[in-house]
Design a protein around this ligand. Structure first.
Ligand code: KIV
Ligand code: ZN
Length: 512
């Protein structure tokens, strides 16, 4: 007998993006959305269209590009917000409106300043309005984890009558514990007369470290949609981690009454992509996607695994996409092979100009590195996609000097708006000297919030991928750069962040 489907609703591009500092450009959202589609996520929540024009454009671009996942837009329970979200998801092959209103006493009284009956009127009106524009409508009771159960029954029964197709019960502040949360889902399903007409969904925050446990307990109580994010990214302590939810259900098919359609081998690639774009590193001991998640250090464990893998391993590393580094291309590979491999990775290049420039950079990299892996191609193409044609600042050449007893020195040639500048500086290290040299040309006045370096693949010839987070006037941007020379990668990342600050490609995190 085939099992019921558990719908995986990914909100990395919306709730994940609400993490301070995790804002993404449209191109970055598109890259992540394509990876989510490749992973066979059922629903991609692409953003909050009414929050800003940038968010609207990003949701619309995702709706245009994605064919195999439903694309959802979040909106408050106002006609204006919903109309904007309807417009944004219109091009989607399968689109969804996700509308919400707070239902807990504290939120209704202190935040909305609305009486419970007024909240019911707003919710029903919103769902009716949304259903006039689209068939797939999700309704969320914000802070449902702290809402009165009788009130939840009333409002949910009313919105189901208006045609809501999914009902989401968020534990917005991560307050619940698994038994209590599961009981809440069960009660709602049993007490609401029309509860069998909808899919029950859960959305858990991780303030007490219980987001995944709460979500899975709710699945045992009948929830058939879980809202989650890659690496558990999200407001404060984050959301339930998609990789943990999916692998728990996948590994414990003896326990769960449902299964997902996720291609689990795409999980590690998605995790690396989200971490690289947002600059939020993954802790080494993080379940599934941490660098040590499948490493066995103690002699007893190693001995056991060598004798029989399942003595200490409940999942196979390759099933989630570890150890899949493939030597894909080398310095003798031609343009056709290069283009074909990009296509296999789901990277479509429609412009000859972009392809030519990417291929030239691939050849340069292959000269330095000899073995080019999928991860290198992803980084290479992200530079192509992220970097706008009209980038204002460009790194033309660089020279660094470090010697014992001497101050490290950087000499750079930069182009700023087409004009060439020679700039040099010393610093406490070569990266510090480089950033100072760039700043002496750009005088951006921005504040450096984060600098992180990660090796994209293994080995000392690996490319370093650098993230630089800059803030100015309340705006926060993340710049990325990759190179076999990590000081050059750092310069590229800093310049990428400056270009984003200048172009306004980034936006403020949408706040509810
Ligand atoms: O945490 C929350 O309540 C939310 C809703 C808007 C779904 O993110
Ligand atoms: Zn949330």
């Amino acid at each position: 007998m085939s099992k019921e489907q558990l719908i995986i609703f990914d909100t990395t591009l919306r709730d994940g993006e609400q993490s301070p500092g995790a804002s993404m450009t449209k191109e970055e959202k598109l890259r992540i959305a394509r990876q989510l589609e490749r992973m066979r996520v059922d629903v991609i929540e692409a953003g909050f269209p009414a929050a800003s024009n940038g968010d609207f454009d990003a949701v619309r671009a995702v709706a245009e590009a994605i064919k195999d996942s439903t694309v959802a837009g979040l909106c408050r329970a106002f006609d204006k917000d919903i109309a904007r979200a309807l417009e944004a998801v219109k091009p989607a092959k399968s689109g969804r409106i996700h509308t919400f209103i707070a239902t807990s006493p504290i939120h209704m009284e202190k935040k909305l300043r609305m009486a419970p009956d007024e909240v019911i009127v707003a919710a029903t009106k919103a769902v009716r309005f949304a259903r006039n524009g689209i068939a797939d409508v999700e309704f969320s009771c914000e802070d449902a984890g702290r809402s009165d159960i009788d009130f939840l029954c009333r409002i949910i029964e009313a919105v189901i009558k208006e045609g809501a197709t999914t009902i989401n019960i968020p534990d917005t502040v991560g307050y619940n514990v698994p038994g209590q949360y599961a009981e809440r889902i069960l009660q709602l399903r049993q007490r609401i007369p029309n509860s069998d007409k909808v899919i029950w969904s859960v959305h858990c925050h991780n303030d007490l470290g219980l987001a995944v446990a709460n979500s899975l307990a709710a699945v045992m109580a009948g929830a058939r949609q879980v809202e989650c994010t890659i690496n558990g990214l999200g407001e404060r302590a984050g959301n339930a981690a998609l990789e943990e939810i999916v692998m728990a259900v996948h590994t414990r098919q003896d326990v769960f009454p449902c299964s997902t359609r996720i291609d689990t081998t795409q999980i590690v690639a998605a995790s690396k992509m989200v971490s690289g774009i947002t600059g939020f590193p993954v802790q080494p001991n993080k379940a599934i996607v941490g660098a040590n998640a499948f490493a066995h250090e103690s002699g007893i464990h190693q001995d056991g695994v060598l004798k029989h893998r399942e003595t200490y391993e409940i999942m196979r590393a390759e099933d989630v996409g570890w150890n899949t580094n493939k030597l894909v291309l080398g310095k003798h590979s031609g343009r056709t092979a290069f283009k074909a491999r990009l296509k296999e990775l789901g990277i479509e290049v429609d412009s000859e100009q972009v392809l030519n420039s990417a291929f030239a950079r691939f050849k340069e990299l292959a000269d330095k590195k000899h073995e080019i892996f999928d991860e290198d191609l992803h980084a290479l193409m992200s530079d192509e996609v992220v970097t706008p044609d009209d980038e204002y600042y460009k790194l033309l050449s660089s020279m660094f000097h470090s010697e014992t007893g001497e101050s490290p020195q950087a000499k750079l040639t930069l182009s700023a708006g087409g004009a060439e500048h020679l700039s040099e500086s010393t610093g406490s290290g070569p990266v510090d000297a480089t950033f100072k040299a760039i700043e002496s040309v750009a005088t951006s006045g921005s504040q450096l919030l984060l600098y992180s370096v990660n090796a994209i693949t293994t080995g000392t010839d690996a490319q370093g991928e650098v993230t630089v987070r800059l803030a100015r006037d309340g705006r926060i941007v993340n710049g990325q750069g990759a190179d076999t020379d990590i000081v050059v990668a750092s310069a590229k990342a800093y310049i990428n962040a400056l270009n984003k600050l200048r172009s306004g490609a980034e936006k403020l995190n949408p706040q509810l």
